[in-house]
Design a protein around this ligand. Structure first.
Ligand code: SAM
Length: 393
């Protein structure tokens, strides 16, 4: 249900899911642990971040000295451009500023900068943030925010879900270092997959349940029991469907995944699809299907199809990524002629099976496909990535 809500958020352009401090801290500290100077003398841009809401701004402002930052820039998107149905509250932050203008406040974005001890109290922190109105609404695609992008060394944020691909392209136009949050499914976008395959980007250290949830606005409609209220009264939705995407190095991606042999997996696996079973071969590609990352065998020399969540454990020295398990990715060795889906007992002409890896047999729910050129049923497993081990694991 929570994943459904993220889908709805994407569709409705309801992009107001805010990241929790605890998740930002956990992720950022993984990079600091790997390289304590990772942010030293760097200009960080947070391009979708109003400090009134964004814990990214608060977190980096509070750690400005500890991380040795050169400059922090945070830009916010104008209320009227957000196209959301939620009341606008003027923060104290804004109201107490001499240049606050109620006439332009809702239609222009803001830029917040931090690079010196503006209140001269001896420390550089959140109280030293200075702000101005931008010329436009703060859209990351605008020329003025692009200029800030070009000035920055590192771009960090949780961007709007509905503009995720565009946001990644915007970063790659100028090949910046970045750390952003996205939906797990972004791995299956061709552009993002190719970045990961070619080692230009990789997953951060937190994925799925490792990101504890997002703060949603007061008027955000909650469904069932998925939301909890935290000690500050924030409404938190746990989604289990997000990841960090980055090109900043961290320690986990250098750790090899511990593997057992095929026989050991079959004997000891906790998964009933693996224990006591044989690894299945695909019907339309020369590779075995591995339904769980922890069941990847050490002694298989050929290609393996693994769940997309494998990328959370991916070490580029241990494995080579070959293709996505769909037609934009792998080259199938067979085309099904006149395929028919048999889903919930209903037969329908359906070419979907020609777009994905297939396995002989029926899926767990008894659904399957037939075609003129096969005498057996086939089904498609969940989204897969085709990989191969490199050298000795
Ligand atoms: C998923 S929220 C995350 C906010 C904040 N970065 C955080 O992590 O808490 C995305 C934010 O981007 C803003 N936004 C939407 N479209 C935008 C655009 N074109 N340019 C800049 N910001 C945008 C939304 O209003 C929203 O506040």
């Amino acid at each position: 249900m929570a994943n459904e809500n993220l889908k709805k958020a994407k569709k409705a352009k309801n992009d107001e899911f805010y990241t929790q401090w605890v998740d930002i801290e956990k992720e950022i500290m993984a990079y600091i642990d790997y390289n304590p100077d990772v942010f030293r003398d760097k200009t960080i841009l947070l391009p979708c971040d109003d400090p009134e809401w964004s814990n990214f701004t608060k977190f980096f402002a509070q750690n400005f000295e500890a991380f040795g930052l050169k400059k922090l820039i945070s830009t916010s998107y104008a209320y009227e451009s957000k196209n959301v149905n939620m009341p606008y509250k003027v923060s104290l932050f804004e109201e107490k500023a001499p240049h606050f203008d109620p006439n332009i406040n809702k239609i222009r974005g803001k830029i917040f900068t931090l690079d010196h001890d503006s209140n001269q109290n001896g420390v550089i922190d959140i109280d030293d943030l200075e702000w101005q109105y931008l010329e436009g609404d703060g859209d990351f695609r605008s020329d003025e925010v692009k200029q800030l992008r070009d000035e920055a060394d590192i771009i960090i944020t949780n961007p709007p879900f509905s503009l995720f691909r565009e946001f990644v392209n915007w970063i790659y136009e100028v090949e910046k270092t970045f750390l952003i949050i996205g939906n797990i499914n972004c791995i299956t976008y061709k552009e993002i997959f190719n970045l990961i395959k070619n080692d230009f980007a990789w997953l951060g250290t937190g994925m799925g349940r490792a990101i504890s949830g997002f703060i949603v606005p007061e008027n955000y409609e909650l469904y069932g029991t998925e939301a909890k209220i935290d000690s500050c009264g924030n409404r938190i939705v746990a989604t289990n469907s997000c990841l960090w995407l980055t090109n900043l190095d961290h320690g986990r991606r250098h750790k090899p995944l511990k593997l057992m042999t095929m026989a050991e997996n079959i004997k000891h696996s906790k998964h009933k699809e693996v224990k006591g079973q044989k690894y299945k071969k695909y019907d339309n590609y020369d590779a075995i299907d591995v339904p769980y990352t922890d069941s990847i065998p050490r002694d298989h020399e050929g290609v393996m199809g693994v769940p997309i969540t494998f990328l959370d454990k991916y070490n580029p020295k241990q494995f080579e990524i070959l293709y996505l398990g769909n037609l934009n990715g792998f080259p199938p060795n067979k085309q099904y002629i006149n395929p028919i889906s048999h889903i919930k007992g209903k037969m329908k002409s359906n070419n979907m099976i020609n777009a994905v890896l297939t396995i002989r047999g029926k899926d767990k729910k008894g659904n399957y496909y037939t075609a003129d050129n096969i005498e057996y049923p086939v089904y498609a497993p969940y989204a897969r990535i085709l990989i191969k081990k490199r050298g000795n694991l």
